[in-house]
Design a protein around this ligand. Structure first.
Ligand code: AMP
Length: 581
């Protein structure tokens, strides 16, 4: 297949791209070169917070603004690298004073507030393992993650604490709840036993020396699979190597950039590229607490003169929906590089970027387990619209068959990575068997299906499993089915991803009812509400259909593929394992 490339109109010709001569670099590259660009901590250790913040303070850049925070009510706070260093050190000391020891899990259930960033980096500085939770989660996902990780400290806000109050007694290992009441927004009295963040850090020292090594665990993000509850993919401090260098290569970051990553720290993009990559590259980063609204986003780009912007296809499709003119009404000329991740980026999205911002979106591919970008379209190289791009120097990516053997260009197979890349996940928390099952014949199997063309560009085909990608967030059907069957009316539930023009897929559930329940419109609405209350709006089903019974294999597994084929009017494929009613 011959895929055309698109011509890029270089916005800023004064500076050559950070990554040049891709092919030559791929041949000559070694990770030892990147190791030399980092600071390291005394004694040869490595610490993410130190690489992000402290090392810029030691030179002349301590006065440079590291974070511009824009609150949901229009508030603004600015922190220099030196101020960040102080806040992070205070937090590291405060957490240590609560009894946190190296390797202890600290979970952060917060909106995008400055304190979210201080706490995540503070935990990392002090050697804790941090688990950021998406603030839209309902009680069930929070309980599952706190229980599985054995978190001892939870940092949250008064409102979010109230939302999950019922599950907190079920989290046996939890010892402290730290409350961030940003700008005194909440008038709720502090629950007895809880610790106010402000008072805790006020008395803490502003100095802290990190003692972690490159192999110490750093961040854990829960990610969904086809079976069972989400698993905690655990990373280590060594990941900063890859996040730092891909920030340069794939986002073209330079110290004078004003950078904006729209992802929430509850997802891996929000930590790897919403904290570690930008700050290890010394940029000024915009953090916006509010959600998506195209016109507000354009206003932010114009007001803060954002130069590099990393966002996601669902947002791009929503911008496309309101049209190019809305973008053109704002002055977005400060932008010089724009990129996208999380779902397939349709060629139309790339062309929209060119029309609206005079720049194409550069698609790149990676996932929670890889910890950093693996495949990318680079500033210097032509984009093939619809392709995720080519592997970064220093990693080997291939398409392999189900036995783990590489296949020839153009053949669809499993997207696989040779283990050993710096930001590789180290385990699934308390689930080493599941971790091991991801490797075959010397390859890490990503769960995605793709093909590679003759020029070495990778093209996404789909997931190899039943995992749903809704607005860039992976949803495991099992998690949603488990929530639904907790309702007394539901006997069985099967959950699929239904194609959607904006969110790529939306969650759709099929349920069969217990004796004595009627499939009424009222019950449907009640179930939708029930699931939303337990999960979060993004994860809960958007649609529910009633079926007398669900198709199952002879061994009793619900055949989601068949539910999906029937929903979409597609051929039902091999149904030989189907259990007859
Ligand atoms: P997560 O682990 O939640 O970050 O989700 C990772 C998954 O999102 C990948 O395994 C893919 O299925 C999907 N994904 C991420 N980036 C892309 C992309 N550029 N194109 C297509 N799918 C993507």
């Amino acid at each position: 297949m011959d895929h055309p490339t698109i011509e890029k109109r270089a916005r800023d010709k004064r500076q050559p791209p950070q990554l040049q001569k891709y092919e030559a670099l791929r041949k000559s590259f070694s990770w030892a070169q990147v190791e030399k660009e980092l600071d390291w901590v005394p004694g040869g250790g490595l610490n993410i917070a130190h690489e992000c913040i402290d090392r810029h303070c030691e030179g002349k850049r301590g006065d440079v603004t590291a974070m511009v925070w824009v609150g949901k009510n229009g508030e603004e706070e600015r922190y220099t690298y030196e101020q960040m260093r102080v806040e992070i050190n205070k937090c590291a000391n405060a957490l240590t004073s609560l009894g946190m020891r190296k390797g202890d899990r600290v979970f952060v259930f917060l909106d995008r507030l400055p304190e979210t960033y201080f706490t995540i980096l503070g935990t990392l500085k002090a050697g804790g393992v941090v688990g950021p939770l998406f603030s839209a989660f309902g009680p069930d996902p929070v309980r599952d993650r706190l229980q599985d990780s054995g978190a001892t400290i939870l940092v949250t806000t008064p409102e979010l604490r109230k939302r999950i109050a019922a599950i907190l007694p079920q989290c046996a290992e939890l010892q402290h709840i730290v409350i961030v009441n940003k700008l005194g927004r909440s008038k709720e009295p502090l629950v007895q036993g809880d610790v106010p963040y402000d008072a805790l850090v006020a008395k803490a020292s502003a100095e802290f020396t990190a003692t972690t090594t490159r192999d110490d665990y750093s961040i854990m993000h829960y990610t969904s699979g086809t079976t069972g509850k989400p698993k905690g993919a655990v990373h280590r401090h060594n990941s900063v190597l890859q996040q730092y260098v891909t920030g340069k290569w794939c986002l073209d970051l330079r110290p004078d950039d004003i950078y904006w990553c729209t992802a929430d720290p509850g997802w891996v993009t929000g930590t790897s590229y919403g904290m570690i990559a930008p700050w290890s590259n010394g940029v000024t980063q915009l953090v916006y607490e509010g959600g998506f609204k195209a016109t507000v986003w354009y206003e932010l780009i114009a007001k803060y003169k954002v130069t590099v912007w990393y966002t996601a296809p669902t947002a791009i499709r929503m911008m496309m929906k309101i049209g190019v003119e809305a973008a053109k009404r704002r002055d977005t000329k400060s932008l010089r590089f724009i990129a996208s991740v999380g779902e397939p980026l349709n060629p139309e999205g790339i062309f929209f970027g060119q029309e609206a911002f005079d720049l194409p979106f550069h698609d790149n591919w990676w996932q929670t387990e890889t910890g950093g970008i693996m495949v990318a379209n680079y500033a210097e190289a032509p984009i093939k619209p619809g392709s995720m791009g080519r592997p970064i120097p220093g990693v080997e990516v291939a398409i392999v068959d189900d036995k783990g053997k590489t296949v020839s260009p153009g053949t669809v197979g499993n997207l696989a990575v040779k283990p050993g890349w710096p930001s590789m996940f180290q385990t699934y928390w308390r689930n080493e068997a599941m971790y091991k099952s991801k490797f075959k014949d010397g390859w890490y199997i990503t769960g995605d299906r793709a093909h590679m063309d003759a020029d070495g560009y990778f093209w996404f085909v789909g997931r190899a499993d039943d995992v749903i990608n809704t607005a860039g967030h992976l949803v495991g059907p099992f998690e949603v089915e488990s929530a639904l069957v907790e309702h007394p009316a539901v006997a069985e539930a099967g959950v699929i991803g239904k194609p959607d023009p904006i969110a790529m897929e939306v969650v759709k559930a099929f349920v069969s009812l217990r004796e004595g329940y009627e499939p009424t419109e009222e019950l449907r609405r009640e179930l939708l509400r029930f699931a939303r209350g337990k999960l979060s709006a993004g994860v809960a089903p958007r649609e529910i259909d009633f079926l007398p019974s669900l198709p199952k294999t002879r061994s009793g597994k619900i055949m989601r593929r068949l539910l999906k084929a029937r929903e979409l009017g597609l051929p039902e494929g091999d149904t030989s394992t189907l259990e007859e009613d």
